[in-house]
Design a protein around this ligand. Structure first.
Ligand code: FEO
Ligand code: CA
Ligand code: CA
Ligand code: CA
Length: 607
């Protein structure tokens, strides 16, 4: 390691044990409160949550599957702000549990006997996706609650969005909806998020390809490299909603008309981006910033902005053997005038991790690293819409599923979680991805050479997750009981430099086989200097812990519990048995929700 070893931030709480209980556990002296479970009324007519809410009600309530999140303080307050969060997806079988005669396909998605979908169920699913902007406030008693306010807003899989940057207006994104290729509708599968230096929110489009069908026999790399293959059925089958509304049909990318302006063959090319949202302007149109690349964006993390220097941000592509990217703006940052247009011009790079601990950022730009028309990359828009193919071409390092990143505010170290990769084989190992059939994942960190926009860096592994001799902490020792973790995913570094790690062992394997020692998914805190790790929170059954926001005074922390009870089998579901009843208990079906964490003594979280 090249770090100067200091003492680092304190981890002053007593670590808690692993848990298999259907509840949230925090350390002694801490308390937790449930906030905004799926279906909480936040805008419009404020319809109360009911299992049989319709699609229109869902558009006025929080979505499901809470994920990336940020607290935008109002006037610097730590008691009043806008909580902005992603709703990655929904679980249709829970969402439509109240519907009579529900027939589920093999993946738990409802469909009618003829393969069509109920249009209002589809509408509810689409409106259960996206982003919520919610004003929240802390009362004198310390409880947080929703404020019914004009800032509150739902952005969904239906919201009109602008395309911006080099791909906007090109042939790749012309559709029947937007013949000039400047607009698209909706965002979905928003996993993690980011906050720009000019205080806007960025939502990532991760597993968007699963929403599309395409019956064309030849599917080019703009879609095939992202997982779309010839099929008349998507995972969600929104295009099969009865009635044939254009808004549903667009999820079928089959070429049907004479040209791209006649159909939705290009609709998938308008997904796979980072979406910028200004939470303080409820009338603003979200903007898909295409220069940050097109892939399964997990999220984006900005390096602290420096006056007069380029803006730098990092984004991971969460699929097996995909890459870590960096964007450097062409124009310098000036606090007084900075806005999202800084993200429309610059250079996108992809990382190569050399086995000697050095690393290189390889530019994905016309004429660079073999990205020429002769090699199949016509221009910048073509490179960006085919980001994965361009990264393949330049020889970037194939990673074990890059998830979240975080930047140490003191020394600029960038951390990234690599959650797992069961498919890596012995002959595919490298120093940054050193284990075959990697079930446990690792965290890598690097320091840029000289300045944040440098094209070279030095890297090391911060932790190899797992248990026993296979795991390794920064000091080179196996992880102890208080630090056992697998499948790191969510990652944040607070102002005191505590590294918060959230885990996402898949709901199909949690508490089973090799994952038995780890219990339910959890959150831990690490010291970046010593590498010490301590378990801070454990979640209920079948969920992942994801998303994190902290108030400016660091006395309130928000995290999300996503998809509790998702490990409920089809058989149990059919019997009305849900493996989790969190957060309401009894025999209710489970709901994703935010958890607010404070200290009984009102102190700073984690100290
Ligand atoms: Fe949505 Fe990569 O987790
Ligand atoms: Ca994730
Ligand atoms: Ca994950
Ligand atoms: Ca998830």
């Amino acid at each position: 390691g090249q770090t100067q070893r200091g003492t680092g931030p304190t981890l002053g709480f007593t670590p808690i044990p692993t848990s298999t209980a259907d509840t949230v556990v925090v350390p002694q002296g801490y308390r937790s409160q449930i906030l905004i479970p799926w279906g909480t009324p936040i805008t419009g007519d404020y319809p109360e949550f009911a299992p049989d809410n319709d699609g229109e009600a869902q558009a006025q309530q929080t979505g499901s599957h809470h994920d990336g999140m940020h607290f935008f303080a109002i006037d610097g307050s730590s008691q009043d702000g806008l909580l902005v969060l992603n709703h990655e997806y929904v679980e249709p079988r829970f969402m439509h549990a109240a519907a009579s005669g529900l027939t589920l396909d093999s993946e738990g998605f409802p469909q009618n006997e003829d393969g069509s979908r109920d249009p209002d169920q589809v509408l509810r699913e689409m409106n259960g996706h996206g982003v919520s902007v919610i004003r929240i406030r802390q009362s004198e008693s310390g409880q947080w609650g929703v404020v019914r306010d004009d800032f509150n807003r739902r952005i969904t899989a239906r919201t009109p969005m602008m395309l911006s940057g080099p791909v906007a207006g090109t042939e790749h994104v012309r559709t029947k909806y937007s013949p000039d290729g400047t607009m698209t509708r909706g965002t979905q599968n928003n996993c993690s998020s980011g906050v720009t230096p000019w205080n806007t929110y960025m939502a990532a489009e991760e597993n968007w390809s699963g929403y599309f069908a395409n019956e064309d026999t030849e599917i080019d790399r703009r879609q095939s490299r992202y997982g779309i293959e010839t099929r008349d059925t998507g995972r969600w089958n929104w295009h099969r909603a009865a009635g044939g509304d254009d808004e549903f049909i667009r999820f079928d990318a089959t070429s049907r008309g004479a040209s791209a302006e006649d159909d939705y063959r290009n609709e998938p090319n308008t997904f796979g981006y980072m979406v910028e949202i200004d939470p303080f302007d409820p009338d603003s149109t979200p903007v898909k910033r295409t220069h940050l690349g097109r892939f399964a964006h997990e999220g984006v993390i900005f390096a602290p902005a420096v006056e007069g220097k380029p803006v730098v941000c990092y984004s991971g592509d969460d699929s097996r053997f995909e890459y870590i990217y960096k964007f450097v703006s062409a124009q310098p940052y000036h606090a007084a005038s900075a806005d999202g247009s800084l993200l429309d011009e610059g250079t996108l790079y992809v990382a190569r991790f050399n086995d000697d601990g050095s690393g290189e950022w390889l530019a994905l730009a016309p004429g660079k690293n073999g990205l020429t028309p002769e090699n199949g990359f016509a221009d910048l828009a073509d490179i960006l819409v085919n980001t994965r193919s361009a990264a393949d071409h330049v020889g970037a390092t194939k990673m074990d599923r890059p998830e979240w990143g975080a930047v140490d505010p003191e020394n600029g170290y960038v951390y990234f979680t690599l959650t797992n990769n069961s498919k890596r084989e012995e002959d595919q190992l490298d120093a940054a991805n050193p284990r075959a059939a990697n079930g446990f994942g690792q965290i890598v960190r690097w320091q840029e050479d000289g300045s944040q926009e440098a094209e070279r860096f030095q890297w090391e592994l911060f932790v190899l997750a797992g248990d026993g001799e296979d795991s390794r902490d920064l000091a080179g020792n196996p992880l102890g009981e208080e630090a056992l973790l697998a499948c790191p995913d969510g990652l944040c570094i607070d102002a005191d430099r505590r590294v918060w790690i959230q885990t996402d062992i898949s709901d199909s394997s949690v508490n089973d086989g090799i994952y038995t020692p780890f219990g339910n998914n959890q959150m831990l805190a690490a010291n970046p200097e010593t590498g010490e790790i301590k378990r801070f929170l454990t979640g209920p059954i079948g969920q992942e812990i994801t998303g994190m926001a902290i108030t400016p005074d660091q006395r309130t922390m928000f995290i999300n519990v996503q998809h509790p009870g998702a490990n409920t089998s089809a058989e149990d579901f059919a019997q009305g048995r849900y493996l989790s009843h969190w957060p309401e208990g009894g025999d209710t079906f489970p709901r994703s929700a935010t958890v607010v964490i404070t200290r009984e003594d009102g102190g700073v979280i984690g100290t």
